[in-house]
Design a protein. Sequence first.
Length: 325
Amino acid sequence: MTGSSHRASKSAAALIIGLCLTASPALALDKIKLAIGNPGVGETEAPDLGMKQGIFAKYGLELEILYTQGSAETVQAVVSGGVDVGCAVGTVGALAAFSKGAPLRIIGASFTGDSNMFLYVPAQSPIRKVEDAKGKTVAFSNTGSSSHVMVIEAKKQFETDFKPTATGGGPATLTQVMSGQVDVGWSGAPFAVDMLEDGRIRLIMKASDLTAMGNQTSRVITANLQDLKKRPDVYRRFMDAYRETIDWIYDTPEGVKAYAEWAKVSEAIGKRSLSEFLPKSGVQTDEIRGLDQNMQTALEAKYISAPLTREQIAELIQIPQSARK
């Protein structure tokens, strides 16, 4: 074989090897189907922003996100196995589902504290405070949600006989309030904070006005039990990616900007929402607080027939230990 033929053979071989390497499939990511209640409200931005930033992919995960109208829909999706993970689930709703034997477990806190949610009325409404809502309709998203708990506790604390009314998510509720179908609306920052700023709606109560909501975890992250047992490492990585996303949103200018864009508000209102309504301490994931108060609310609303035992609580709450350095 001549020198030129030998070089041509080597070149052809190199080309074939290169093509084979190029054709090799990329490392497959583990897929998680995810349901999130009330998009645009509260801390529901984390999975979407973390996925776009590449944080979940860094942990070997690919998310498929489904948005629901609130906690009840999210719980049903998790329990049925239609999704693997449910975010922003009302703690009371999770307790109710578990007490009925549903294959659902809590793998993290979603929101703790009372700074996020509020009740509002149109600017021209004569209602100035909760006591003025006697006989009126007061919105919440759906049964067992954190907004439902807020309305139940408001009715109890202010001893006002208003009519709790399920209205669905933030946008649907706003439409019903502004069209006069419902007297008092509910929301959670960042949704409708811009309308508070420009005076189109008026705040009549923050959840922080309620003694009972204090320092309790009002929303949690849940998982389908069968899939949790089958893929425990996937859920550990999911929670670590979620935690890293929270750090990025709160601790970097890029994260704050991305949050404001996601919420479709100005960067100034985005910053206000994070600092005033959604402080980083509120989105901690590693501790379910105020469970006794949540159980008491669930008992009074007849969502559970008896408080959970210590053993049942240990079975319900299975927060993966972080492997982050």
